[in-house]
Design a protein around this ligand. Structure first.
Ligand code: ADP
Length: 340
């Protein structure tokens, strides 16, 4: 498990001290993926550099399986830092070296003997699906393939934490999907803890278990992706799966914002609401997506023919959280939250 405790980072400049990270606490379990999101300038890169110990935190701890790496320096730090593999945005490969030589670099630096190095590189190439590209040069690969080489290199020293710093930024959708599928398999097959620093909410929805929203050097909101999406007033949830306001068409009594709370909701729930409960239901907007761990969704409904509190209770019993939208033609209170 990776534990970041009360992490602070400041820079002393000629214009005074700049506090960039102001007390970050984060836990990432083995076999799970946590995304760190946030606006530009929030401190994401600084956090990434502190976690990979490229920069020394001003105070606080970075603990990997109980050991505090931030307290180390010199040779011990270099040895323990192997527990962290980093994937960079532009894959940072050396252009004059072949794919195999790039992947071998961390092993070479460690003095691993030649035949062991070759075996390990072959294993890693297989792992990232590029066994046929061993002798290619980075310039001959697509962006997605280069990024997979970067992942292989990050895995060379068998890390326990994989830190991905904007690794899918700038990739086309197909390459992004390949990189995400690879990260997902590394999480489950190798039990790696993965931290994704990203500004891409699609990526977070598709792959992360948890998400931390960084703002002005602090974690403003943190939780399971599914729970935040199902919390209709969560700011991070709204960024993860935006739900635009919609106008209520004539003939409907009120509008509901509905979020999938449970991963496996009966897919016929809309029909059931209409047929079994004689409701008139209009789908006004929203999105529903299938993921490996179930469905994520937020939709807006126009409803008539059933009282709002009854519809909300029914939806709740089916694993959906419904909130009465503000612009309503109804005698119901403006917002009803069903908590579980
Ligand atoms: P993000 O990656 O979320 O865009 P950064 O971590 O790059 O944010 O930067 C956060 C803030 O820290 C910015 O205001 C930036 O100017 C400041 N900062 C980052 N590195 C330094 C540095 N070496 N010296 C002074 N200020 C820095």
């Amino acid at each position: 498990m990776i534990e970041i405790r009360d992490l602070h980072k400041h820079y002393d400049t000629t214009n005074g001290r700049i506090e960039v990270l102001r007390g970050i606490d984060l836990q990432v379990h083995s076999g799970s993926i946590t995304a760190v999101v946030g606006p530009s300038g929030a401190g994401k890169s600084t956090l990434s550099h502190c976690i990979s110990l490229l920069e020394k935190p001003s105070s606080g701890q970075i603990r990997i399986d109980g050991k505090d790496l931030s307290a180390l320096s010199g040779k011990t730090l270099r040895a323990e830092r192997r527990a962290i593999g980093t994937i960079f945005q532009n894959s940072a490969l050396l252009r004059r070296l072949t794919v195999a030589e790039n992947i071998a670099l961390p092993l070479r630096n460690l003095g691993v003997v030649h035949h062991q190095m070759q075996d390990r590189v072959a294993e890693l190439l297989e792992r990232v699906g590029l066994a046929d590209k061993a002798n290619a040069y980075p310039g001959q690969l697509s962006g997605g393939q280069r990024q997979r080489v970067g992942i292989a290199r990050a895995l060379a020293l068998r890390p326990r934490l994989l830190l991905s710093d904007e690794s899918t930024s700038g990739l086309d959708p197909e390459s992004t999907a390949q990189v995400l599928a690879l990260l997902d398999s590394l999480r489950s097959d190798l039990g790696l803890a993965i931290i994704l620093i990203t500004h891409e909410m699609d990526v977070v929805r598709h792959i992360a278990d948890n998400v931390a929203q960084l703002e002005h050097g602090r974690i403003a909101e943190h939780g399971a992706v599914r729970e935040l999406i199902a919390t209709t007033d969560s700011e991070t949830g709204a960024k993860l799966l935006p739900l635009r306001p919609e106008t209520l068409p004539d003939g409907f009594d009120y509008q509901l914002a509905v979020a999938y709370r449970q991963p496996h909701v009966d897919p016929t729930w809309l029909t059931r609401l209409a047929v079994e409960h004689n409701a008139l239901v209009a789908l006004l907007g929203g999105s529903v997506e299938s993921h490996h761990e179930g469905t994520l969704g937020r939709v807006r409904l126009g409803v008539a023919g059933i009282e709002a509190h009854k519809a909300i209770a029914l939806l709740d019993s089916w694993g959906l959280t419904a909130t009465l939208s503000e612009h309503v033609k109804s005698t119901e209170p403006e917002r009803i939250e069903i908590t579980v």
